[in-house]
Design a binder for this molecule. Structure first.
Ligand SMILES: *[C@@H]1O[C@H](CO)[C@@H](O)[C@H](O)[C@H]1NC(C)=O
Ligand SMILES: *[C@@H]1O[C@H](CO)[C@@H](O)[C@H](O)[C@H]1NC(C)=O
Length: 154
C-alpha cells in the first residue's frame, strides 16, 4: 500500500515537472535575458499571457540598487500575436530539452531562457545568450524581437 502510494506520488511529481502539453493548454510564455557579472539592469524579461491577453515587460537589477528600481509594464496584445508565438513552439523538441542547454552565462556571455506555463505544468529552459537551439530557432528569434521591442519601451 505504502509503496503504491509512493509510486503514485513519484509519478505525479514527474508528470508535473516533465508533463507534456498541447498548444491549446498553454497559458503563458515568457522569455528573458540575464547577466550575472553586471551592474544596473542586468535582467530583462517579457511574459505573454492568454488571460488577460497581454505582454508584461520587466527589467531589474541582480540586487537592490536605488538607482535601478525594477520596472514593469503591461502592454495589450492580440489573439493573433498570441497564436503566432504559441504555434511556433515545437512541442516535441521543447518538451524533450533539459533545463539547461550548453553553458549559459559561463564566460559572462549572458543567459537566455524560455518558459512555458500550461494548464497544469510549466517548463523553463536556459541557454547561452545569442545561441539557437536546433528546431527552436524561429521561436527564439521571435521572442528576442518581442523582448527588444517591449523592453525598449520601459
Ligand atoms: C494535466 O491535465 C491533463 C488534461 O486535463 C490531464 O490529462 C493530465 O493528467 C494532467 N497532468 C497532471 C500532471 O496533472
Ligand atoms: C507569467 O504570467 C503568468 C500569469 O500571471 C504566471 O503564471 C507566470 O508564472 C509568469 N511567468 C513568469 C516567468 O513570471
Amino acid at each position: 500500500m505504502q509503496t503504491l502510494w509512493q509510486y503514485h506520488l513519484v509519478v505525479s511529481i514527474f508528470l508535473a515537472v516533465h508533463g507534456n502539453f498541447e498548444t491549446k493548454d498553454v497559458r503563458s510564455i515568457s522569455s528573458g535575458l540575464s547577466f550575472g557579472m553586471c551592474a544596473g539592469y542586468c535582467k530583462q524579461s517579457i511574459n505573454m499571457t492568454l488571460d488577460p491577453l497581454q505582454i508584461i515587460a520587466l527589467k531589474e537589477p541582480n540586487f537592490e540598487q536605488t538607482s535601478y528600481p525594477p520596472i514593469q509594464k503591461a502592454f495589450p496584445t492580440t489573439q493573433n500575436a498570441w497564436e503566432d508565438i504559441v504555434t511556433t513552439i515545437n512541442l516535441k523538441i521543447f518538451q524533450t530539452l533539459g533545463d539547461t542547454v550548453g553553458c549559459p552565462d559561463c564566460a559572462d556571455g549572458g543567459a537566455e531562457w524560455i518558459r512555458v506555463d500550461w494548464i497544469n505544468g510549466s517548463k523553463r529552459v536556459t541557454f547561452e545568450n545569442g545561441r539557437a537551439i536546433k528546431g527552436l530557432e524561429e521561436l527564439i528569434e521571435k521572442l528576442r524581437q518581442m523582448r527588444q521591442q517591449y523592453i525598449a519601451q520601459i
